[in-house]
Write a protein that binds this ligand. Structure first.
Ligand SMILES: [Cu+2]
Length: 319
């Protein structure tokens, strides 16, 4: 009997040891995974994406150090109150209920305490909001324009005209050797920026409202036609970061990711050179063809203009 009990006990120990070792291994693996996958969602994760820009550090502090303790405390306090009332004041424990109503002291407390809590939240919230608008001197500007359904990135400082960034198909993702988790996140062209430099992002929409969002940088800015919104980031680590359009913008809303490649300054300069250099041979062959080309848009412009006078001419002829 004793031997059997001891055997059972040791097998229980073995199972527990196995579970704890497995849990530890899973935690370590999860941590390693989170490190590798900086800038993209991680399957099964519940926390915010790791910060890779100053604003995201501030946002994580606001969430984890201010909001979460307040929410947890209030929830536990209300839960304790409910349990206390259920146990102490149920029909069996308290057959004759009290008949009084109103208690000035309690009413003052439950008005003043929430006001104080909201004031604490407001102080930190406004501090964060101010940080978003208090952009340090930018090193460069990228204009991100949302289209149905892709992003365009223009580099006015580097004189790089708009680059079109389309979503990659699952086949293209596989062909590039990227994991399937990057389906609908990887793009044909990334917004390339240098590490440790303040990048001003000017965001607008060309057709409907989109939103430029990058969780690792703590960014989410609406792309509104006819308006230029502005935000900024300063990427702290070389790597690739992913975001998705965050404003319902039509049938392919889920297929317009924003991919940001953060590279070293030297790599960025090389990339800029690669984007600005190529057009050199083209003008040699073009001049003869170039002359009639501008005439075409001009003709369409004048034809658009002449459309309106035309009816009046017709009217005059009728008169
Ligand atoms: Cu969109």
């Amino acid at each position: 009997m004793d031997v059997r009990r001891m055997k059972a006990k040791s097998s229980v120990h073995r199972v527990l040891a196995g579970i704890s070792a497995g849990a530890l291994a899973m935690m370590l693996a999860g941590h390693a995974m989170a490190e590798e996958r900086l800038g993209q969602p991680t399957p099964g994760a519940i926390d915010l994406q790791p910060a890779a820009s100053p604003l995201k550090h501030d946002a994580i502090f606001f969430h984890n150090a201010i909001l979460l303790p307040i929410i947890t405390t209030i929830t536990l306090f209300v839960l304790c109150l409910l349990i206390w009332v259920i146990i102490r004041y149920n029909k069996r424990a308290n057959p004759v209920p009290a008949r009084w109503s109103h208690n000035t002291a309690i009413e003052v407390v439950w008005t003043v305490v929430p006001v104080l809590i909201l004031m604490v939240i407001a102080i930190f919230s406004f501090k964060l909001l101010y940080a978003y608008h208090d952009m340090p001197k930018p090193y460069m500007t990228v204009k991100a324009t949302g289209y149905q359904w892709y992003w365009g990135y223009e580099y006015p400082d580097q004189k790089i005209p708009e680059i079109t960034s389309n979503v990659l198909t699952p086949e293209e993702v596989a062909a590039k050797g990227l994991p399937p988790s990057l389906n609908n996140l990887a793009a044909s062209e990334a917004m390339v920026v240098p590490v440790n430099q303040v990048v001003r992002v000017q965001v607008t929409g060309a057709d409907v409202i989109h939103a430029f969002a990058l969780p690792a940088f703590g960014l989410k800015t609406d792309a509104i036609p006819g308006r230029l919104n502005e935000t900024w980031f300063k990427a702290e680590k070389v790597g690739t970061y992913y975001g998705q359009c965050s404003e319902l913008c039509g049938i392919n809303h889920a297929f317009m990711p924003s991919e940001v490649d953060v590279v070293s300054q030297a790599d960025f300069d090389k990339w800029v050179a690669s984007k600005t250099a190529p057009p050199a041979p083209a003008p040699a062959a073009a001049p003869a063809a170039a002359a009639p080309a501008p005439a075409a848009p001009a003709a369409t412009k004048t034809s658009v203009k002449t459309v309106s006078p035309a009816p009046s001419v017709k009217l005059a002829a009728l008169n």
